[in-house]
Structure formats: structure tokens, C-alpha cells
Design a protein around this ligand. Structure first.
Ligand SMILES: Cc1ncc(COP(=O)(O)O)c(C=O)c1O
Length: 420
């Protein structure tokens, strides 16, 4: 099958949910992908943060082969060898006590919200009305199912499907006054991404996170962190919250957990686990032996890469900041580790840059209209960063000049310190 016939068949047969780039990928190795014409691409997106170990990783392939030949699925009615082992590793690195395995990010997030409501009921069984309100952040993204949409603070995702799950309020990112205003005794959870990913690479400020932690502790509400994109080593620590020294009540992970097999996890405390009993929550596929065996190998490998992620992240950021000094069209460089973004002063320029890099064999994406997002695999080297920086330099040099650029840039410096 060639690209044209795949495009035509998909147009006839698939729901029109994606606006795909016209590339048909057929294989991958390390930091590279190849398309059906044999063209090579440097992958600085890693399947939206999933392929953290790159493509065709030998240790992953060998676990996959071995486990696929032994046992792929048994259902959660029975035990298998790997859930407890994986839970042991995840609880150890997160400092939490219990795990639940599912199939995707949004499913992990739904489960986290259910845990918060369930615990609130158990802890308010003395006749008082249970806490029920959930606070989430403006501009957040938590997934496509109803609970996740209800806590996603972007109208474009929510609007077509309203009415959504009730009881959710939105707080402005890093606005402690707004948080305090909305945080009362009816709140059972405050939910946030440590770095808003789809929303345009906006890190939460240390002060805001601390305030959320203190308010929730004071009232008995839960602090729920979505580390589906920023977790599992992406920032150079296992969890992005470990960069802030704050511990959540629940954290959700997914994307890189099983190297491309669908696997998500909810990690939480013994207190929160007390709200659940058998039959209250579950999944047919989640946490199967194949995905869990692979995830154990992923964590083993990521352990040896955290220092490298910090080093490459620092190098990449430095280069992006040097590029910002050269190109007035770059308003801001944001992010941590190997989750970085540059905010461009025009959506058209950002769009053209993504296309130009694609033409030159480099994969990145654009989010939030104007933000170029970089989520490379953890195994990149300096030479790969240099290649991307050269391509961005060329792409932005050919961008049309926009009136008033100098003013836009000067006005951004104050905001920048707030979001580091
Ligand atoms: C922060 C965050 N939460 C949740 C999700 C949803 O994950 P999934 O697409 O696996 O359902 C995503 C996906 O991009 C995400 O970035």
C-alpha cells in the first residue's frame, strides 16, 4: 500500500477525527523513523511522548518476544507475575503506596477522579454532605472521555459534548488568589498537570503548587497530578513533582510506560485506597502480562537515562534560548528537561516551521496554535539537538517579518519568570 491509497481508504473508512500529516511511516530505529519512500526522519516528538526509549529498543524487543510467546492476556480475574512487580517499582519511585493499571491516559485520569469522589463519600459517612467539587485549571488537558473532558479547561474540546460531568470549577494557572477564592469545604480534589502539555508547555509555579498542597491538606481534599505527559523521566526526574519537592495524593501516568503498548497507571496513598473495594472499579485489558512485563523493562532502562535527560534538556534549552536571542519571532522558551516548547508570535509562522522541518526530515508538532513542542526520545545526543536548532534557525529566518514584534517580546519577560 502506498501513501495515496492509504489516504483514500482512510477518508472512506475512518471517522474524520484526525488531520494527519501526509507521511506513511513503515519502520523505526533509535531516534529515526523511515517512511514508505525510504526517507529518514529525526523523531523529536516520540509519538507524542510515548517512544521515550526511541524505536526498536533491543531490550524492549526481547521482552516483547519472550512474553508474547508465553502469555499475553488473562483478565483481572486472575493473578499474573508482573502487576505486583511493576507496582513495586512505581510505588518506590513515586513515594506512593498503591497502583491501579489501565489502558490509557484518559482512563487513568477518570479513575483518579473516581477515587477522589469515592474517598470523599467514605470520609463523610457521618451524615454530612460529602465533598464533591473538583477544581481543575484553565488551559489544561486531561483526555477525551467525559470525566477528563469535564476537567479539561479548554472550550474547544468541551463544547461539542456538553453537558459534561457536573461539579468542576476552573482556576487560572498560577493564580493563587483565584485558587483561594474557589477552594472551600466542598472541594474533594484539586487537579493539575505540573507542566501543561497540550495547552502549550506551561509549567505550574512552585508557589501555586505549594498553595494547592497546603489548601488541600488543610481541608482534606486531594491533590491529583496528571503526569501522563511530563512524568516517567521526561523532566529528568521520575516525576515532575519531584522537581518541586511536593508529594501528591494521586498521580497518573501513561504515555511512555510500556514503550508503545497501551498502559496507564494511577498511583496513590493507602488513605485514598481506603475508598475502594472489589467491584468498584476495573478494566478488562488494563495491566495485562505483556504490557506490564514491558513496562518493568522500560523503568529499568529509564533509571539509567535520567541524568542524560537532564543533560540533554539543559543543552537543548540553552540552544533554544540562543535562538530566541536571534529571532524576534520567538516570544518565549518554556518547559523542563526534554519537554520543551517555544512560543512563536504567529500561528502561521509556527505552522510553516513544522512543515518546513517535516520537509527536512524532522518531526515536531505545534500545539496551542503558536507553540512548537519538542518531546524527543530520552536517547538523543547533542548532534540531534544541533540538527533541530539549525533547521529551526532556517525556518524562522524565512518567516515573514511581523509589525510590532519587538514590543511583543519585551512584554513577555515578566511572564517568563513566573512560568519557569
Ligand atoms: C497531560 C495529559 N493527560 C491526559 C492525556 C490523555 O491521554 P490518552 O490520550 O492516553 O488518553 C494526555 C494526552 O495527550 C495528556 O497529555
Amino acid at each position: 500500500m502506498n501513501l495515496a491509497s492509504v489516504v483514500q481508504s482512510e477518508q472512506e473508512l475512518l471517522l474524520p477525527t484526525y488531520d494527519r500529516q501526509r507521511v506513511l511511516f513503515t519502520r523505526g530505529r533509535g531516534v529515526y523513523l523511515w517512511d514508505s519512500e525510504g526517507k529518514r526522519y529525526l523523531d523529536f516528538l516520540s509519538g507524542l511522548g510515548v517512544n521515550a526509549l526511541g524505536h526498536g529498543h533491543r531490550a524492549i524487543q526481547s521482552v516483547l518476544r519472550r512474553q508474547a510467546a508465553r502469555l499475553i492476556h488473562v483478565s483481572n480475574l486472575f493473578f499474573h507475575e508482573y502487576q505486583a512487580e511493576l507496582a513495586k517499582r512505581l510505588t518506590k519511585i513515586s513515594g506512593l503506596d498503591k497502583a491501579f493499571f489501565c489502558n490509557s491516559g484518559t482512563e487513568a485520569w477518570e479513575g483518579a477522579l473516581k477515587l477522589a469522589r469515592a474517598l470523599a463519600r467514605v470520609e463523610n459517612s457521618n451524615g454530612h454532605k460529602a465533598k464533591w467539587r473538583i477544581l481543575a485549571l484553565d488551559n489544561s488537558f486531561h483526555g477525551r472521555t467525559f470525566g477528563s473532558l469535564a476537567t479539561t479547561g479548554q472550550a474547544k474540546y468541551r463544547h461539542p459534548f456538553a453537558p459534561l460531568v457536573p461539579g468542576v470549577g476552573f482556576v487560572a494557572l498560577n493564580d493563587i488568589d483565584d485558587l483561594k477564592r474557589q477552594f472551600d469545604g466542598s472541594v474533594c480534589a484539586i487537579c493539575l498537570e505540573i507542566i501543561q502539555g497540550e495547552g502549550g508547555i506551561f509549567p505550574v509555579s512552585a508557589e501555586f503548587l505549594q498553595a494547592a498542597r497546603e489548601l488541600s491538606q488543610r481541608t482534606g481534599a486531594l491533590l491529583i497530578l496528571d503526569e501522563i505527559q511530563c512524568g516517567l523521566g521526561r523532566t529528568g526526574k521520575y516525576f515532575a513533582y519531584q522537581q518541586y519537592g511536593v508529594k501528591p495524593d494521586i498521580v497518573t501516568v501513561a504515555k511512555p510506560l510500556a514503550a508503545g503498548l497501551p498502559l496507564g497507571a494511577i498511583l496513590t496513598t493507602n488513605r485514598v485506597a481506603g475508598g475502594m473495594h472489589p467491584g468498584m472499579h476495573g478494566t478488562t485489558f488494563g495491566g495485562g502480562p505483556l504490557a506490564c512485563a514491558v513496562a518493568i523493562e522500560v523503568l529499568r532502562t529509564v533509571d539509567g537515562l535520567l541524568g542524560h535527560v537532564r543533560e540533554m534538556g539543559g543543552y537543548f534549552r540553552e540552544k533554544l534560548e540562543a535562538l530566541q536571542a536571534k529571532h524576534a519571532s520567538i516570544r518565549e522558551v518554556r518547559g523542563m528537561g526534554l519537554m520543551l516548547g517555544i512560543d512563536i508570535d504567529s500561528a502561521d509562522t509556527a505552522k510553516a516551521a513544522v512543515q518546513q522541518l517535516l520537509d527536512h526530515g524532522i518531526l515536531i508538532n505545534r500545539t496551542h496554535e503558536t507553540v512548537l513542542r519538542f518531546l524527543p526520545p530520552y536517547i538523543i545526543q547533542r548532534k540531534h539537538v544541533d540538527q533541530v536548532i539549525r533547521a529551526l534557525d532556517t525556518a524562522l529566518a524565512s518567516a515573514p517579518a511581523k509589525p510590532g514584534r519587538g514590543f511583543a517580546r519585551a512584554g513577555k519577560s515578566a511572564k517568563r519568570s513566573k512560568t519557569q
